[in-house]
Design a protein around this ligand. Structure first.
Ligand SMILES: C=C1C[C@]23C[C@@]1(O)CC[C@H]2[C@@]12CC[C@H](O)[C@@](C)(C(=O)O1)[C@H]2[C@@H]3C(=O)O
Ligand SMILES: O=C(O)CCC(=O)C(=O)O
Ligand SMILES: [Fe+2]
Length: 334
C-alpha cells in the first residue's frame, strides 16, 4: 500500500454544495453614488447586510478592462514565472492555494499587494515587476480608492456624523494600512462529474478592515451570509455578478466604529468547473495606531461600547494569527 505523506492539494480544499437558482440574492441593495439618497441607502444596506452594490461610480470601463486584461496575462504565465513573484516579503506577493499563514486552502492563485499613501502600489513590493501591469494596477487602485472615499463620506453623512471625513480620513491619512488583492480562480477540473459540488475558492470569513471594494470579471462565485436562515441562523446566497459595478463589504473595524450598528459581512467564493473568475479587492484600513472604538456621535445616551479598546495594529496582529473562518472579533467583545 502506498501511503501519501501529504494528500494532493485538491483533497485539502473543502467542497461545498453548488448554489441553485433559489440561492441567488436578487435583492442585493444597489446604491447609485451619483444620485441624492445614496447616503441613506448605504446606511440601510450596511445595517441589514453589511453589503451593497455600487453603480454610478464614474470609474472608466477602460481602467477596469486594462487592469483585468493585464491580470489575465499575468496569471497565464508559466508557474515558474509566477513563483518568481512569490512572497519575498510575506504575506505580500504571489500566492497559490494557501491563504494566510495558518493552514487555509482555496482553489485560487493571487497577488497580495501593499498600497502606499498616494494610492499606488508600494515600492516595498517588487511584484508585479511588469511595468504595464503595474501601471494598470496603479491606475485602478487610485480610482477604486476614490470610490472607497466617496462611500465612506456618504456613510458619515447617512450616520449624521458632523465631520464628513471622519471615516474617509482613516484610509487617506498618512500611514493608512491599505491592501490590494488580485484573485484568480481557475476552473476546477476535479469537479467534473461531481454533480452539485463546488470547490471552495476563498473560504468563509469577514474582512478585518473598514471596508473592502470588490470588482470581478463578471464570473459568479461570490456568496454572502444574510440573516434569515431560520432559528437565527444565516443563509448563504450567491451574489449575481456585474463587471461594471463595485461591491462593498463592511469589515470588522467598521462594525466596531458603529458599535455593531453596521454588520461585518461573512462572505466566501466558490469555484466551478467551467469559467475562471478574476477579482480585484481594495481593503481600506486605518493607520496602525488608529484607535478602533465606537464613534462618540453614534453612542446613544448611556450606551456603552460592546468592545474592549484596541488599535488597528493590535487587531491586525491578532487577526493574522487566526484561521480564515474564525470569529476574529469575539476576543475583543466585552
Ligand atoms: C487566514 C488569514 C488570511 C488573512 C489573514 C488571516 O490570518 C485572517 C484574515 C485574512 C484576510 C481576509 C481579508 C483579506 O483578504 C486579507 C488580506 C486580510 O487582511 O485578512 C486576508 C489575510 C491574508 O490573505 O493574508
Ligand atoms: O475574490 C473575491 O471575489 C473575494 C475574495 C475575498 O473575499 C478576499 O480576498 O478577502
Ligand atoms: Fe474577503
Amino acid at each position: 500500500m502506498v501511503v501519501l505523506a501529504n494528500p494532493p492539494v485538491v483533497d485539502q480544499i473543502p467542497l461545498l454544495r453548488s448554489p441553485g437558482p433559489r440561492d441567488s440574492f436578487a435583492a442585493v441593495p444597489v446604491v447609485d453614488l451619483s444620485r441624492p439618497g445614496a447616503a441613506c441607502a448605504i446606511v440601510d444596506a450596511c445595517e441589514r447586510f453589511g453589503f451593497f452594490k455600487v453603480v454610478g461610480h464614474g470609474v472608466s470601463p477602460d481602467t477596469m478592462d486594462r487592469a483585468e486584461s493585464e491580470a489575465v496575462r499575468f496569471f497565464a504565465q508559466a508557474q515558474a514565472d509566477k513563483d518568481r513573484a512569490g512572497p519575498a516579503y510575506p504575506p505580500f506577493g504571489y500566492g497559490s492555494k494557501r491563504i494566510g499563514l495558518n493552514g487555509d486552502m482555496g482553489w485560487l492563485e493571487y497577488l497580495l499587494l501593499a498600497v502606499d499613501d498616494s494610492a499606488s502600489l508600494s515600492d516595498s513590493c517588487a511584484a508585479p515587476s511588469n511595468a504595464a501591469f503595474r501601471a494598470a494596477l496603479n491606475e485602478y487602485v487610485a480610482a477604486v480608492r476614490k470610490v472607497a472615499v466617496r462611500v465612506l463620506e456618504a456613510m458619515a453623512e447617512g450616520l449624521g456624523i458632523a465631520a464628513a471625513d471622519t471615516l474617509s480620513a482613516m484610509v487617506t491619512e498618512q500611514g493608512s494600512d491599505q491592501v490590494f488583492r488580485v484573485n484568480h480562480y481557475p476552473p476546477c477540473p476535479a469537479l467534473q462529474g461531481l454533480l452539485g459540488c463546488s470547490a471552495t475558492g476563498f473560504g468563509e470569513h469577514t474582512d478585518p478592515q473598514l471596508i473592502s471594494v470588490l470588482r470581478s470579471n463578471g464570473t459568479s462565485g461570490l456568496q454572502i451570509a444574510i440573516p434569515g436562515g431560520g432559528a437565527g441562523a444565516a443563509r448563504w446566497v450567491s451574489v449575481p455578478s456585474d463587471r461594471d459595478a463595485f461591491f462593498v463589504n463592511v469589515g470588522d473595524s467598521l462594525q466596531v466604529l458603529t458599535n455593531g450598528r453596521f454588520r461585518s459581512v461573512k462572505h466566501r467564493v466558490v469555484t466551478n468547473s467551467l469559467k475562471s473568475r478574476v477579482s480585484f479587492i481594495y481593503f481600506g484600513g486605518p493607520p496602525l495606531a488608529q484607535r478602533i472604538a465606537p464613534l462618540p456621535e453614534l453612542l446613544g445616551e448611556g450606551e456603552e461600547s460592546l468592545y474592549k479598546e484596541f488599535t488597528w495594529g493590535e487587531y491586525k496582529k491578532a487577526a493574522y494569527k487566526t484561521r480564515l473562518g474564525d470569529n476574529r472579533l469575539a476576543q475583543f467583545e466585552k
